[in-house]
Design a protein around this ligand. Structure first.
Ligand code: SF4
Length: 389
C-alpha cells in the first residue's frame, strides 16, 4: 500500500498556472517569501525558514535560491512540520561548513573537459552541459559550482566546438544532455541540438537528464513532445526523490513523454531527512511505476562541498535495497550507485546474496545463495552432465 497519499495531490485550493513560461517568470527567488505561506505557519517550519533566511545571506552568491509556484504547491508539511519537498530547497547553515567535504567537483568533471561545456570521462559517452539554469535549485545539487551562475552558462558559440568534438570521436556512443536543466532551453534550441546529434552516425543513444517532470511538469508541452517524437529513440532520465513530488501534473507529463515514444527512467539521491527510510523508498518506487517511470538509480549523495548534511551512512542505501527486494516488483528496484571520488566512475553497491563458493563431496563446484527471505540454496556452477564433452 502506497503511503503518503495526502502528499500526492495538491489540494483544489491550489492555483497552478499551466504555462511553463509563466511559471519561470514567477519563480520565487526570496526565502523571505515563504514566511507568509499559509501552509508554512507551523512553529518548527517558521524557525527553519528563519535559519534558511540567515544562511541564504551568505549562500546566495554561490548558489541561488529559486523555485516555481508549481513546486511550492507540492509543499505539504505533516503534523510535525516536516516536508520532504521543502527540505530539498531550503538553504541550510550546514552548507557553509566546508570542513567535511571541501571539493566543489569531487567527480573531476572539469578535469575531463576536452572542450568547454563537455565532460568526456568514460570512453563511450560524453556529458554536455547545455544550460546552467533550472526551474528549481536543489540544495543537494552536485554541480553547485556552476549551476545557477548566469555568467558560467554555456555560450552559443561553444556548441559547434562540442558537436565537432563528438563527431570526430567515433568511440562515443552516447551523449547525455545535462546541465543545469536542458529543458530550460527553447524548443527550437532543443530541436537543433537533437537533429545535429542524430546526424552523427556513431551516436546510438541520447539521454536527456532533466528535473522538469518534478519541478515544472507543464514544460512537457505537446510542441516539445513532437520534437522528441521526431528524434526517436530518446531516453529521458528524470529525478524524483520522494512520492510527494509525483502530483497529477507529473503523471500527465510522463504519460505525454511515453506517448511520444520516450523511454522515461528515474534517478534519485538518497537524502537524509528526505527519503532515507524503507517506507520513503517503497512509496517512491511504487508511485514511479504507477506513473510509467522505471526506477533506474538510487545514488549515494556525492562528496560535494555544501551537501554533507544530506549524506547518510553508506550502508543505509544497501539495507534499504535489501528490504525492498522480495516485496516489490523487480522492475521497481533501482540500482544503488556510488560515484567514486576523483573521477573513478560509478559502481553499484548492492546487497550480496552470494554466501559461499565451494566444492561438494563429488567434486562439483557450487554457489550458495541466500534469497530475499533468508532461505539458502545451492546452485551448481559447472555445466550439466549432458553438456560435458
Ligand atoms: S535540477 Fe538538477 S542540476 Fe538543477 S539544481 Fe536540481 S539537481 Fe542541480
Amino acid at each position: 500500500m502506497v503511503r503518503a497519499v495526502k502528499h500526492l495531490f495538491p489540494t483544489k485550493a491550489d492555483e497552478i498556472h499551466a504555462d511553463w513560461q509563466w511559471q519561470l517568470r514567477h519563480q520565487i527567488r526570496e526565502t523571505s517569501s515563504l514566511l507568509e505561506h499559509p501552509r508554512l505557519q507551523h512553529a518548527r517550519i517558521q524557525q527553519r525558514l528563519r535559519l534558511a533566511l540567515e544562511a541564504d545571506r551568505s549562500l546566495a552568491r554561490s548558489f541561488r535560491f529559486a523555485l516555481t509556484p508549481y513546486y511550492l504547491s507540492l509543499i505539504n508539511p505533516d503534523e510535525n512540520g516536516h516536508c520532504p519537498v521543502l527540505e530539498q530547497i531550503l538553504p541550510a547553515p550546514d552548507e557553509l561548513d566546508a570542513s567535511i567535504y571541501a571539493d566543489p567537483d569531487p567527480l573531476a568533471e572539469e578535469r575531463h573537459m576536452p572542450v568547454r561545456g563537455l565532460t568526456h570521462r568514460y570512453p563511450d559517452r560524453v556529458l554536455w552541459y547545455t544550460s546552467h539554469h533550472c526551474a528549481v535549485y536543489c540544495r543537494f545539487c552536485l554541480r553547485k559550482r556552476k549551476v545557477s551562475h548566469a555568467d558560467s552558462a554555456p555560450r552559443k558559440s561553444e556548441q559547434s566546438a562540442i558537436l565537432e568534438y563528438i563527431a570526430s570521436h567515433t568511440e562515443i556512443k552516447e551523449v547525455i544532455l545535462s546541465g543545469g536543466d536542458p529543458l530550460t532551453l527553447t524548443d527550437a534550441q532543443i530541436g537543433v541540438m537533437l537533429a545535429e546529434l542524430k546526424n552523427i552516425q556513431h551516436i546510438i543513444s541520447i539521454r536527456i537528464h532533466t528535473r522538469m517532470p518534478v519541478t515544472l511538469p507543464m514544460r512537457i508541452t505537446d510542441e516539445l513532445c513532437s520534437i522528441l517524437r521526431a528524434h526517436y529513440p530518446l531516453t529521458l532520465v528524470t529525478h524524483f526523490n520522494h512520492a510527494a513530488e509525483v502530483g497529477p501534473q507529473a503523471f500527465d507529463s510522463v504519460r505525454r513523454l511515453r506517448m511520444a515514444g520516450v523511454l522515461v527512467l528515474n534517478q534519485s539521491v538518497l537524502l537524509r531527512n528526505v527519503n532515507d527510510t524503507v517506507q520513503d523508498q517503497e512509496d517512491l518506487i511504487l508511485t514511479l511505476l504507477r506513473a510509467g517511470i522505471k526506477p533506474y538509480y538510487l545514488h549515494r549523495c556525492d562528496e560535494v562541498r555544501g551537501v554533507a548534511h544530506f549524506r547518510v551512512p553508506i550502508e543505509t542505501g544497501r539495507n534499504i535495497l535489501r528490504e525492498l527486494r522480495g516485496r516489490n516488483p523487480g522492475i521497481a528496484l533501482p540500482r544503488y550507485m556510488i560515484d567514486l571520488p576523483g573521477g573513478g566512475g560509478k559502481v553499484p553497491y548492492e546487497p550480496d546474496y552470494l554466501q559461499e563458493i565451494g566444492t561438494d563431496a563429488e567434486g562439483h563446484s557450487y554457489y550458495r545463495f541466500q534469497n530475499a527471505f533468508n532461505t539458502e540454496y545451492r546452485v551448481r556452477a559447472d555445466r550439466p552432465h549432458s553438456d560435458v564433452d
